[in-house]
Design a protein around this ligand. Sequence first.
Ligand SMILES: N[C@@H](CCC(=O)N[C@@H](CS)C(=O)NCC(=O)O)C(=O)O
Length: 226
Amino acid sequence: MYTLHIANKNYSSWSLRPWLVLAALDIPFTEIIHPFPENGVRDLYRAFSPSGKVPCLQDGHTVVWDSLAIVEYLAENHVQVWPSNKLARAWARCAAAEMHSGFQTLRNNCGMSCGIRVQLHSISPALKKDIDRVDELWNEGLQKFGGPFLAGEKFSAVDAFFAPVVFRAQTYQLPVSQTGKTYMETLLRLPAMQAWYEAALAETWREPAHEKETIEAGKLIADLRA
Ligand SMILES: N[C@@H](CCC(=O)N[C@@H](CS)C(=O)NCC(=O)O)C(=O)O
């Protein structure tokens, strides 16, 4: 049985990716949540994760850290992690890798906080560029492979890599195309996404650094958390 170490569901965008792969594909696992300490000292993650970061997967004596490595590790045992079609699989891996290594402005300006709604003060050209590229990728995948998921009929790891953006787009009402909005609805309706969202809303932990980051970006319109 896999054990996945994650942080707060409200904030931890990296944790969401492998968690969603496991949950949406019905792969049995146990989750252990390590809330971000309020004093910002995160060395305690070193107790179970070599990088001192989450997510981190334990499979018996094997420890796998970093969301992309975890997903690739899972793919070795579960063929449904990536699309079965070779072209779709190549595209899905490219899009997931691009998300994993880029979109710094989107990440910095629109920190994930599932349970709040924020009206951004402004959208800088750099942020607009990131949003437009996400939307372009979504449109490309949906058109090429027929939807409703990015690489075709079935949910796969590439959807998991964009799941945090879907929550960010919901929180900050990011401007995406109609096709992008339809894709967001598809992902938000996924039972595993709903389970994550409900758990995020129920959390009562507040971590000052994340709270500050989200409020700095704009005006708080709603806080739906417990
Ligand atoms: N590239 C890593 C990033 C992991 C990451 O930054 N995780 C954050 C939480 S969402 C973390 O553990 N931060 C703790 C710290 O930086 O001390 C991945 O894909 O897993």
